[in-house]
Design a binder for this molecule. Sequence first.
Ligand SMILES: CC(=O)SCCNC(=O)CCNC(=O)[C@H](O)C(C)(C)COP(=O)(O)OP(=O)(O)OC[C@H]1O[C@@H](n2cnc3c(N)ncnc32)[C@H](O)[C@@H]1OP(=O)(O)O
Length: 546
Amino acid sequence: LRIAPVLSSAAQLVDRTLYIHLHPGLNLGSGSPPRPVYLPPVVDLSTFITRLYSNAADVCGHLDVRFLLTNIRAHPTACSGSQTPSSPFPTPQPLSHSPEVVLTDFAVQDPHQTNQVTQCLEKYAGCCYVCRPGLSSVLLHPQLQENEDRLRNQGEKLECLETYSDVVVGGTFDRLHGAHKSLLNVSCVLASKRFVIGVCNQAMLKKKVLKELVEPYSLRVQKLKEFLQDTKPSLQVEIVPLDDPFGVSIVDPLLKCIVVSEETKKGGEAVNQKRIENGLQPLVLHEIQLLKDVHHTDIEEEKISSSSLRFRLLGTLLAPPKDASHLPTLPYVIGLTGGSGSGKTSIAKQLEALGAVRIDCDKLGHEVYQKGTAAYHKVLEVFGSEILNEDQSINRRALGRKVFGNKEQLKALTDIVWPEIAELAQSRIHQAREEGKRVCVVDAAVLLEAGWTDWMHEVWLTIIPEEEAVLRITERDGVTVEDAQHRLQSQWSNSKQVEHANVVLSSLWEQEITRKQVLKAWNLLQQRIQLKLGGLEGDAGGSHQV
Ligand SMILES: CC(=O)SCCNC(=O)CCNC(=O)[C@H](O)C(C)(C)COP(=O)(O)OP(=O)(O)OC[C@H]1O[C@@H](n2cnc3c(N)ncnc32)[C@H](O)[C@@H]1OP(=O)(O)O
């Protein structure tokens, strides 16, 4: 009952990381600073953790909340109410992000006490964690539902939570969120010695929504390590890649418990089946609650999920634009690219409707083949007269069949036409500049392959899964599945393109959803342009105010 009010008042003061240290009954008003104590891992604690992360997602979603377990320790006498183990508390624990301020919800009865209480609090924090010198303290005044609180605390019986020497969990752990942290925290409470985490490798991501936006394996592992080092440094953490749904869970004889959610319970049962087949003891399945995502939209999952987080990244700035000081600030040039069938042209048209000048490079490409032009003759020289229509114009479909799926032939063609298309596109940008336009969108299917990023301010990319692209291409262009695949194979993969993109969009869902992404991307772009222009004006006046 206290969690949400405490979190929301803390969120008003904290920008990034909120570490949580639990000490029920902490008395800061007695004059002498209290000592940190060990708390027993009780069943209530796992409920607390789930509520904590569920509330955190709701009231302070922008914060990286980490519940610390250093003072949670199993002890034979630990589960009989207020008793705590008497072994000395270890030396202060260093945290990944050194605390700058310590907050408490301890209620001061007499305002004259405040100074003494804050001093006690700072000393107490320094006994538990390594804090920077000059750590300040703040007394929070959360709006607690006191009566209910008091009622709950009366005659409470604490039930001990069973702990296990070796605990295992598996998952993708993309963009570590509250539900992951809740799972990890509960697992850390359950594990007394070793915690094994299987992390999905590339092979396991094939079916994931927006799999191209899943963080690299090494980054996911790094974030997990940092979180667990803060949470429970005494634990032996082993992170192993998962190439299949089972990994080490079905071969490690020391494992005792697997932590699952409602959704992954079946997977846990399958693990046990395999363990029995392998002559190993089955694991205890510890099921935790799925956290609800109160902010989820109609097309997002109800639970807190990485897929929803990836979806929300669409249209936002994923990577800062590279230095474009060699380009005029206006028009701001967006290179819009994406595989065949990814909806690039329809997105370019939406941007045009919002005010951008659209430069369609497929169309410019067609212009350069016109009879009598230099490119026309060069293409004829390289590919022969079999690519001509009866009227001697170039049959692009026939040319496409020759080049898509044949690297050398495609290169021969693009060496001829790309310089010509680039020149046409640049002259359109120049014209837009003279007309005082603010934004140009260069719609070019293979912009990255062509190395055109030097004359763009940003690269925007539209992606859809390959199977969907094949469906769309065959339907739209009346070509065979094989031809569609050849065409896609002539282009960089989505993942490779994502590495170079500043903004990613996806037309996988209904048109309205694409429209919302485009609008979001456009509005954010306007803010970036405004900032740039503001910066320029500031520079011109010699002012460097922050
Ligand atoms: C750097 C740029 O992106 S410039 C724009 C792309 N144009 C080029 O690269 C020039 C070379 N390509 C061509 O001239 C033509 O595509 C041809 C002659 C091969 C085929 O012409 P057409 O049958 O009329 O097909 P069209 O030009 O509409 O292109 C068909 C698809 O192939 C893709 N495509 C075009 N050029 C290439 C290429 N060089 N490599 C891979 N895919 C390509 C396009 O993305 C398009 O799909 P989309 O509309 O879903 O995005």
